[in-house]
Write a protein that binds this ligand. Structure first.
Ligand SMILES: Cc1cc2nc3c(=O)[nH]c(=O)nc-3n(C[C@H](O)[C@H](O)[C@H](O)COP(=O)(O)OP(=O)(O)OC[C@H]3O[C@@H](n4cnc5c(N)ncnc54)[C@H](O)[C@@H]3O)c2cc1C
Length: 421
């Protein structure tokens, strides 16, 4: 791509979103630096399920959620848990979350998401090829499995939203499922395969490989935390960090679940929360599925990774500061053993690892993507919730368009920070 840039751009956060944004800006010829206050790739982008699902258009809050939430909260192995002490802090977010789940709104949210996630592999592959990371990205599909024959029917609206946005599916009965994924429990009666979906077999390595290429191509990684911005009127002059100021013509906030105070410093009050999630991995597992498999009832995904078999999922509402509750991860192991009965009933501790990460989540399941209120020079690109790995590459393209003054190829009005007032 011809160099059209020339701006000095500071990207805040070296997760999947920040690294894709920085890479696309660099391809436009800008002088780009990434600020990271921790270890690159060690935020939410570290331990997710690795799904690059173009079909991920279904919001978390769906009609009927007001009834399901209490049921899930009182189910100790349910997909959602809440630290009760955190309830007062998260109550306003929960109210917005429940309100976001009306039938009209979920159709609009799905329509808005499809262009962002649908082009995930198209937008990712140029970066992957540059970085020599082809071995980490696969286009083998994603399989949803159900224990009851009417399981897909119970998720009728989810499938309707996917299909009305152009997602094609193949349905399988129990026998066909067994041929497709012989390791799966015979208790599964129905499966739906989405062939267009992809996955990464090592999310951390993918971020690292993209970052390595960015640095080899002249990008800079600055080990510092951003704390705010210096503006001259409506124009950005510098990013403020704990260690001083870094001059910049433009900046992009890609700080995941930690983005709220930075947006607040620019006058945007954004109801960003974290939906914490867990993974549990088995190294050298006895069996593995060939492709990522989502258990629709348990709401977790089993992904074959380079480093072992990963079960990932669950939502815990407990904020950024509370320590992990590893019981949430162990539940995934019980459920995983039921999904794949060929796994041993017991594994030595050294073959098991657990992780907790912070999804950056807005109540309407849409990210915040677009300019800040205070200046067109600071652009928001955070809050991708459950689909940040998938949406990151297209987010990178959109941000590069905004910084260049080009009209983005997708409609970003639904992602405006101003939608929260
Ligand atoms: C269990 C689980 C499973 C998931 N599965 C999937 C999946 O299969 N597919 C999918 O698409 N998504 C999935 N997700 C969601 C996905 O992981 C996230 O949406 C995505 O990783 C967010 O990326 P990010 O770059 O915005 O944030 P992060 O990866 O969290 O990166 C943010 C970075 O910003 C840095 N930072 C924060 N504040 C500052 C500051 N002030 N200055 C400098 N640096 C700062 C942090 O240190 C961090 O490195 C899953 C999430 C979880 C928890």
């Amino acid at each position: 791509m011809a160099a059209i840039g020339g701006k000095r751009v500071g990207v805040i956060g070296a997760g999947m979103v920040g690294v894709c944004v920085a890479s696309y800006l660099q391809r436009d010829g800008h002088k780009v630096f990434i600020l990271e206050r921790g270890v690159p790739g060690h935020g939410a982008s570290f331990g997710n399920a690795g799904a690059l699902n173009a079909s991920s258009v279904t919001p978390m809050s769906m009609p009927g959620v007001a009834w399901n939430v209490p049921r899930w909260l009182f189910d100790p192995v349910g997909p959602l848990s809440l630290r009760w002490r955190y309830l007062p802090a998260i109550a306003p977010w929960l109210v917005r979350f429940i309100r976001a789940g009306s039938p009209e709104k979920v159709h609009a949210q799905a329509r808005a998401l499809r262009p962002l996630v649908g082009a995930t592999l198209d937008a990712l592959m140029p970066l992957v090829r540059d970085a020599g990371a082809e071995d980490l990205v696969h286009r083998l599909g994603h399989l949803y499995v159900y224990r009851s024959a009417d399981g897909p029917e119970k998720e009728r609206l989810d499938w309707e939203l996917r299909r009305e946005n152009g997602v094609e599916t193949d349905a399988f009965d129990a026998d066909e499922l067994r041929q497709l994924e012989p390791a799966l429990s015979r208790d599964y009666r129905r499966g739906i395969l989405v062939r267009e979906n992809g996955h990464t077999s090592n999310p951390l390595a993918l971020v690292q490989r993209l970052l390595d290429h960015f640095r080899r191509a002249g990008g800079e990684l600055v080990p510092a935390g951003a704390v705010g911005f210096r503006l001259d009127g409506h124009r950005l002059t510098a990013i403020r960090t704990g260690e001083g100021e870094l001059p910049a013509d433009a900046s992009v906030i890609c700080a995941g679940a930690w983005s709220r105070p930075l947006a607040h410093s620019l006058g945007d009050r954004i109801p960003l929360e974290t939906e914490r999630g867990y993974h549990l991995m088995i190294r050298d597992p006895e069996v593995m599925p060939r492709i990522p498999v989502a258990d629709a009832d348990g709401k977790f995904v089993a992904t074959p990774m380079q480093t072992g078999l990963r079960f990932a999922g669950t939502v815990e509402l407990a904020g950024l500061a509370a320590p992990p509750d590893w019981r949430r991860a162990r539940i995934l192991l019980e459920q995983g053993r039921r999904m794949l009965p060929g796994l041993a009933a017991d594994h030595p501790a050294e073959r098991i690892s657990m992780w907790m990460g912070h999804r950056p989540s807005l109540p309407d399941s849409l990210p915040v993507l677009g300019p800040s209120r205070a200046t067109p020079d600071v652009i928001y690109a955070f809050g991708h919730g459950h689909v940040g790995m998938t949406a990151a590459p297209m987010t990178g393209r959109v941000v590069a368009d905004l910084v260049a003054g080009r009209r983005p190829s997708i409609d970003i009005v639904p992602f405006a920070a101003s939608r929260f007032g």
